[in-house]
Write a protein that binds this ligand. Sequence first.
Ligand SMILES: Cc1cc2nc3c(=O)[nH]c(=O)nc-3n(C[C@H](O)[C@H](O)[C@H](O)COP(=O)(O)OP(=O)(O)OC[C@H]3O[C@@H](n4cnc5c(N)ncnc54)[C@H](O)[C@@H]3O)c2cc1C
Ligand SMILES: *[C@@H]1O[C@H](CO)[C@@H](O)[C@H](O)[C@H]1NC(C)=O
Ligand SMILES: *[C@@H]1O[C@H](CO)[C@@H](O)[C@H](O)[C@H]1NC(C)=O
Ligand SMILES: *[C@@H]1O[C@H](CO)[C@@H](O)[C@H](O)[C@H]1NC(C)=O
Ligand SMILES: *[C@@H]1O[C@H](CO)[C@@H](O)[C@H](O)[C@H]1NC(C)=O
Ligand SMILES: *[C@@H]1O[C@H](CO)[C@@H](O)[C@H](O)[C@H]1NC(C)=O
Length: 476
Amino acid sequence: MQHAWNMSMLLSLFALVAPVPTFAHILGPNHAWGGRSSNIVQKDVVVIGGGAAGTYATVRLQQEGKSVALIEKKNRLGGHVDTYIDPTTGNPFDYGVIYYGNSSVTRNFFDYVGVEMESSLQEKTQVYANFNTGAKVANSVVANETGNFQAAIGAWMKQLEKYPWLTDQTGFHLPATIPEELFLPFGEYIEKYNLGGFTTLLSYTAQQGNLLETPTFYFMKWLNIPSSGFGGIWQKDQNNQKIYDAAFNKLGGASNVYLSSKVDAVRRNSWGVEVCFSTPSGQYIVRASQLIMAIPPKIDNLGFLDISSTEQSLFMQLQNNYISTGVVLNSGLPDASVVINFDTTQPFGIPPAPVNPVLSGASLISNAAFTQWASPNYTSPDAIEAGMLADVDRLQKSLNFTVPAGTKPTLAQVSDHSPYFIHVSEEAIKSGFYDKVNALQGQKRTWWTGATFESEDTANIWNFTNVEILPRVLKA
Ligand SMILES: Cc1cc2nc3c(=O)[nH]c(=O)nc-3n(C[C@H](O)[C@H](O)[C@H](O)COP(=O)(O)OP(=O)(O)OC[C@H]3O[C@@H](n4cnc5c(N)ncnc54)[C@H](O)[C@@H]3O)c2cc1C
Ligand SMILES: *[C@@H]1O[C@H](CO)[C@@H](O)[C@H](O)[C@H]1NC(C)=O
Ligand SMILES: *[C@@H]1O[C@H](CO)[C@@H](O)[C@H](O)[C@H]1NC(C)=O
Ligand SMILES: *[C@@H]1O[C@H](CO)[C@@H](O)[C@H](O)[C@H]1NC(C)=O
Ligand SMILES: *[C@@H]1O[C@H](CO)[C@@H](O)[C@H](O)[C@H]1NC(C)=O
Ligand SMILES: *[C@@H]1O[C@H](CO)[C@@H](O)[C@H](O)[C@H]1NC(C)=O
């Protein structure tokens, strides 16, 4: 340790008198400060991560008159948004994030960046089948095994009302004692409160990958009233990337937003924050008075940070699931239809992980569909692609999809969305994990937002960011 410090000091001292272009290279990514060629940028706030949370925070701060730099590793904003563009027709197909809870927070954002939203998508014909066997499951069997949909929704709303402190979209403000029933595996909670009827909706959106075992606590946090898809809104052209491209432009484009960029190092001091990062057009150092972290805060994604022992001890407890989505061409799935994975051997038909919950047809592209792969455990990309294609093959045969002679299903795109559903153990929740996380806010001039701090839902995350984070950043 002592040696590294001396070495680094020596080298950066040397850099002052004799600028050698290869210093950043010699010193490695965490010692990039000496680089003479760095462009220095001064901003009020620097945001790392341009997904839902980071883009929203940047837009709102700029609206409030702050200068902001946003640093994103991908070549576009939007994070979990994935919009496939058909090369022939140019028509879009969203196969990542699809809809948004219709709240004032989301509506205001869409209005401000100037994208049009609408309230309903084309209805799709729903068919149920066991993806592992291909066997079709009759709608009457599904109804019998799950129960009445409307009744279950009503019952779920009653449960949500019991726990406003969990479902109010403002992060985790937990009572000293959390009712035990919230730690029931969701499968048991469904039984206890007769919620079976809404499991057909759940399996459709079951990206957790182990729905029946997920603690009710997290499920309730996620599927609250405005976010549950009842009252959702969609981008009018079914092109969610448009929302984030519009935000990019609204933010002043490349003069404030750094795409395809890699954060090399962050230093936080009493007088400010410095972020050193590499872009395709060279290295930059941005100096700001506050830092917003809007990336998944898994330890292996924080290597650039001058991490504190408290941050380290909290973020090392985070667990996550894995999910990938893919665009399948030539499956033969009839247009405007969806096949939902339903396993009659499992409670409420919910298939066990690893799970491909759905094969869902595109509205604007013929013979294209999206499919997913979710699991609490890592699966290799090859195995995921093979699994997706095997499912499609089985469904094609058993559901008699017609495919033009000589064509077979192919994956046009596969997108890895891991880490997903970042959470901690029941023990960690009970021993005050989220209180300790809340206490981190503002420490070392750093603010944390994103799904980890609220739930995997854009409207929830935006409300949390708007209510809990931004007013404090503006005051800091
Ligand atoms: C397949 C799928 C479908 C979904 N569908 C919906 C839906 O229909 N409606 C809904 O409300 N929610 C949906 N969600 C939930 C979604 O995760 C949240 O709505 C929201 O997008 C999460 O926002 P975030 O900002 O926390 O994370 P992200 O959107 O993932 O943003 C994190 C960003 O940080 C970037 N990043 C990561 N590491 C670094 C780094 N080291 N340096 C710089 N940048 C970095 C990433 O590239 C990414 O852009 C879906 C999720 C998935 C996976
Ligand atoms: C956002 O959070 C605030 C504060 O808790 C709450 O009053 C509001 O209902 C939330 N949701 C929306 C959609 O604004
Ligand atoms: C969203 O909700 C508002 C307020 O309830 C409503 O007026 C509006 O029509 C909804 N928007 C869409 C696109 O459904
Ligand atoms: C309905 O479900 C019950 C209990 O799961 C089962 O015994 C019965 O055979 C089912 N009926 C039909 C028509 O599937
Ligand atoms: C995930 O891994 C754990 C530990 O190896 C194992 O017990 C579990 O069965 C796996 N779950 C799935 C769904 O593969
Ligand atoms: C598929 O076709 C076969 C043979 O014509 C038929 O027996 C079967 O019932 C069909 N399956 C479906 C799901 O329609």
